[in-house]
Design a protein around this ligand. Sequence first.
Ligand code: CA
Length: 489
Amino acid sequence: MFLVDDLGWQDTSVPFSSEETPLNRRYRTPNMKRMAADGMRFTQAYACCVCTPTRVSLMTGLNAARHRVTNWTLRNGTHSVNDEGKHPMLEFPQWNFNGLTQTPGEKYTVYATALPELLHQAGYRTIHVGKAHFGALDTSGADPLNLGFDINIAGHAAGAPASYLGTEAFGNLHKSKKKPWAVPGLEKYHGQEIFLTEALTREANLAVDQAVEARQPFFLYMAHYAVHTPLNTDARFIQPYLDAGLDRREAMYAAMIEGVDQSLGDIMKNVERHGLTSNTVILFMSDNGGLSAVARGGEPHTHNRPLASGKGSAYEGGIRVPMLVKWPGVTAPASTCDTPVIIEDFFATILEIAGAAGLASRDVDGKSFVPLLTGNNKVADKEEGSSEDRPLFWHYPNWWGPNGPGIGPSSTIRKGDWKLIYFHLDQHYELYNLAEDLSEKNNQAQERPTLTNELANVLGDYLRDVQAQMPSIKATGKQVPWPGEDYLE
Ligand code: CA
């Protein structure tokens, strides 16, 4: 499983829309292209709008509304990671701000058996490399070894590195100020001219070598810190982007993407060197949409166009991400799948691929997309036992920090081509037809009250069913109404 952090839908040279876009021409990801040529490209793959909810859904198969790790985690015992308590109008719920755990009794966590634990039980060597971000500081879930990983390289509570540079010891030189973000381990690279992405790749390949030597099947969770901020200079790749006229920050971003692509290529090469290519499944995914609200070059909220907004937003720019799957002998070469899939589907899918589906002891929200990989897509895109489109859900009763289009507390449903967003702050609805209006410019909620009402009710019923949390309104002390609850046609 190859997971990139904050990689936008078009931030690759593989197009995930029907045609190549200017951004696809800007970025260079030749190894993703190779993977797409050998496997299946998903054009409508979704994650949550920020890091931790996505990662917990991947590890548990649960939708964020159910696992309640709805925002990003860091501090133990507080939900004020982003000054949520200071919001002028809304009081946010006590969500599971301590993250995911396999240890019973930890407060404000979701207690669940994680994917690597089940794969470990099935006989796989489970290898964590890179960013974890599953649990808050000083909780058991902060350490991937407590979630069923046999090996942990460089993962801990923080969701970003203090520095990508070996010459800065990946942030370990600034102990007082940047401690939560200083990357653990990797001491042998401290002081070297090496980018974090490359150091992680070398360690991942060594861990794979050891698994092969022990003749043990392996699950490599290669979760890069890149391309999350801070933007740093990867000297291997930056110059052509500067020469092409990109400003310094955008060139740094592009070079970090190319570094991740190089990592993908080097990992595939190592698998090939071991003669395991035909017996290795590779899944490529990003954990949320491309960052656009802060820290980038150029105008905020434009970096994912034609998608609206970016990371943190309920609009497509925040949640639609690049996804590839290469399963030799199963995925047809250079194939495309337009069926919407969502991050919690990976849990059931990976277990099915590994022959370990029987080990999962509880119901999950995600559905295996193995039928899509084999080309039998009549199953996975419909509701069970019905010809209706399967609804997908997002729930974010939280405050991220930055402001921008679609950023803020909201609940969302997508069913077929229709997407309804319910914004908690003023309880307004927005309805879009994504097939005709990918940029979400034409809100049809007013002109289609029946459909708006119907989708709002499906969304509201789902949220109540999974016991989702809602913010409350400070002025009245009342909970924000469920979607559909106050809707007057
Ligand atoms: Ca992220």
